[in-house]
Design a binder for this molecule. Sequence first.
Ligand SMILES: Nc1ncnc2c1ncn2[C@@H]1O[C@H](COP(=O)(O)OP(=O)(O)OP(=O)(O)O)[C@@H](O)[C@H]1O
Length: 305
Amino acid sequence: MSEWTVETVHLTKTYQGHPAVDQLNLQVGQGSIFGLLGPNGAGKSTLIRMLMGSVLPTSGEARLFGSPVSEATAHLRQRVGYVPDQPIFYPFFQVEELLTLYAKTYEAWDEKRCRQWIDQFGIPLKKRTRSLSKGMKMQLALILALSIRPRLLILDEPTSGLDAVMKQQVYRLILDEVAAEGITVLLATHHLSELERIADHVAVMYKGNILWSRPLDELKAQSRKIQVVFPKGIPPEVEQWPELLHAEAHGSVHNLIVDGDIQQTMKKLKTFQPVYMESLPLTLEEIFIHHTEKEGYGHDFRQLV
Ligand SMILES: Nc1ncnc2c1ncn2[C@@H]1O[C@H](COP(=O)(O)OP(=O)(O)OP(=O)(O)O)[C@@H](O)[C@H]1O
């Protein structure tokens, strides 16, 4: 049995000969808030649709809780909450009727908390779902997904169409549920700031594949800016170090953006007897820009920061 809540093995989906998801290997651990970041067209929604079983892979396999999605039982599916990028409900149903339908369909349905959230977000029970605003539809989709008491919550751009206050409420709700219930969250977005607020792991998706996938703490601990003043300018060999993502000079001060074992890098720098040296943290935005620039994808990722 796999230890991963979500796992894909060489997962591929091809449309008219073009791979939307290409030999993708991904692992999401239990209890993680896993952020999947990628520009438009990276393949995030296609990946999620394959996890939900609504799109069949061309090849490879997707697994939930260790079972192939293609063999997932109704029991297992009952515990996967899904908020698509554009929630669609039965348009002529009133919210109240939709809640009744869900309560009858989902065996772990939590009526009490559902009603609390409906009140908290001010969703009008008597309105038909088609006349709800975009933001309310998104909130309703999230409330439904949480009320089934999911073990896994899959969110595709969950805050699109929400104002800043609503976004904050949605994040709070997700974080509270993760803390209280230990659920796993897979969150696809093209907003870096969204991930910085709630994710503990970030994977960067591009052209159907994962460029890198790392715990946020590790990424922040290992990606640093070292400000250094060398006695005679930057030694040429330093510029060739593999851990160096970027270097720029402001007068005699060199800002070295590095990713790796910082202590080890500083030890190596000390051999050049720097006049001054200090290691400083980077924001996730800076880390992200330098990684994608170094790897040659910077242009396609500028929209994300
Ligand atoms: N049903 C489909 N038929 C043909 N091509 C498709 C289909 N669905 C997705 N694609 C293509 O697959 C690629 C990945 O699309 P996908 O929607 O999965 O990306 P995404 O990362 O979710 O993008 P966005 O953030 O814009 O929603 C795109 O080139 C898209 O045009």
